[in-house]
Design a protein around this ligand. Structure first.
Ligand code: NDP
Length: 324
């Protein structure tokens, strides 16, 4: 495993990490999660990602049970949560957003579900138009000084909003954000590669990137249609299926996937491995958060570290020609 500095901090995160959105509690129970964490830890993965909203808190409960039963030393890995959407199915106004109240309570609730005494990484899952950014920075700073969180960051914030948070923290000598969690994959590049460049330059912000396989599309398994046991077929995720395969540009995207698979086949590796390894070519990516509903997928994806060396400048150029 390779370890990368999380932005300007001293924390070294594994280049591949593991997340639980959609999967934990829906497709992966505590027993399977325990096996998956065992495999991850054996491969040197040291960061596990979660959020209050994933399966309405159940995902954190599954992760807490599984990590606890492995009895790995708490200082050998990092755990995250995210605050914004709330953990309740129909959250009340005080149970969501980025107010000082909800951030403070969400942190306590996540620690309880995850069975930990502190969160290593705590993210603002989206920007909150109803809360002044200064209030959010203060709330995160307070949690950091109380030892409840170690690093805090944002997820899918605009560059200008992240900059405002940095500037507010600087002005009042508060704990600044360390990382952002944006989507980044072969089908979605603009935010990380273009929008955030000024903020990488000015603040050396770290990133924990999500959906490296575009929710599974970049495994290539949707080329012949939607597999019965895939994410796009899960009850309750019809909205995601629409985004994945029923948008106006779905045909173009599927053609890109077909073309990318030709390169992966030539290299003799799975398209999933090539797609994940490609994310790691970007130096502003601190860690790629993997998702998996099965052990076979997790093992395939963890093997992507070995594919990095196959992505020569010539191959990179061919990949760019397809995705741009
Ligand atoms: P991916 O894009 O990698 O999708 C993972 C899914 O793709 C798996 O659950 C599985 O779904 C399928 N898959 C994975 N590997 C393979 C393979 N080798 N062959 C075939 N199918 C495969 O990542 P996620 O979308 O799961 O995102 C990763 C993590 O990022 C999340 O767990 C979460 O922690 C974080 N995240 C953060 C967000 C944010 O807003 N901050 C938003 C979304 C995710 P299946 O078997 O069901 O088809």
């Amino acid at each position: 495993m390779e370890y990368r500095k999380l932005g300007n901090s001293g924390l070294k995160v594994s280049a591949l990490s593991f997340g639980s959105w959609v999967t934990f509690s829906n497709q992966v129970d505590a027993k399977l999660a325990q096996q998956m964490f065992g495999i991850c830890l054996d491969h040197g993965v040291n960061f596990f990602d979660n959020a209050e909203t994933y399966a309405h808190g159940q995902s954190e409960i599954v992760m807490g049970e599984a990590l606890n039963s492995l009895s790995h030393p708490r200082d050998s890995y990092c755990v995250s949560s995210k605050v914004f959407f709330g953990a309740e199915k129909n959250p009340l106004p005080t149970q969501m957003g980025l107010s000082k109240k909800h951030i403070t309570e969400a942190c306590d609730q996540a620690m309880k579900r995850l069975k930990v005494d502190y969160l290593d990484l705590f993210f603002c899952h989206r920007a909150d138009p109803d809360t002044p950014i200064g209030e959010t920075v203060w709330a995160m700073h307070n949690l950091a000084t109380q030892g409840k969180i170690i690093y805090w960051g944002t997820s899918e914030w605009e560059e200008s909003q992240i900059r405002e948070a940095y500037e507010f923290a600087e002005k009042y000598n508060l704990t600044p954000p360390t990382m952002e969690q944006p989507q980044y994959n072969l089908l979605y590049t603009n935010r990380l590669e273009k929008d955030y460049l000024p903020i990488f330059n000015d603040y050396k912000m770290g990133t924990t990137i999500w959906s490296p396989l575009a929710a599974g599309l970049l495994s290539g398994k949707y080329i012949e249609g939607v597999p019965a046991d895939s994410r796009a077929n899960l009850p309750g995720y019809e909205w995601l299926r629409k985004i994945m395969i029923e948008t106006d540009n779905s045909k173009d995207r599927m053609q890109k996937i077909v073309d990318l698979k030709v390169i992966a086949d030539e290299l003799g590796v799975s398209l999933a491995k090539m797609s994940i390894a490609w994310c790691l070519l970007n130096e502003n990516v601190s860690t790629v958060i993997l998702g998996a509903s099965k052990i076979s997928q997790l093992e395939d994806n963890l093997g992507s570290m070995e594919v990095l060396k196959l992505l020569t400048p010539e191959i990179e150029k061919r990949i760019r020609a397809i995705i741009e």
